[in-house]
Design a protein. Structure first.
Length: 86
């Protein structure tokens, strides 16, 4: 099954400044876009992100105002480190 995962990946680039770079000597990774996932599971839909937010990012209060930190999650791709699988 891991071999199928590697086969389904396309080369993953990374950002450096305003550039989109593909350098496998620096980062040998593949990616699968979320549109190709079998599932549409997202932890925010089940309150998981809210629970993590409450535990790790408590509200910060001051004398003048209350600041609330927000944690967001975006499911857009899966990066697979190919050097670990090959």
């Amino acid at each position: 099954m891991l071999q199928q995962l590697v086969t389904d990946c396309i080369p993953a680039t990374f950002g450096r400044g305003a550039q989109d770079i593909l350098d496998t000597s620096y980062r040998n990774a593949g990616k699968i876009d979320a549109s190709n996932f079998v599932t549409s599971f997202h932890p925010a839909n089940f309150g998981i992100i809210n629970n993590i937010e409450q535990i790790l990012l408590p509200s910060i209060s001051s004398d003048k105002e209350l600041h609330i930190r927000r944690l967001t999650a975006e499911l857009y791709k899966l990066n697979v480190r190919l050097s670990m699988l090959l």
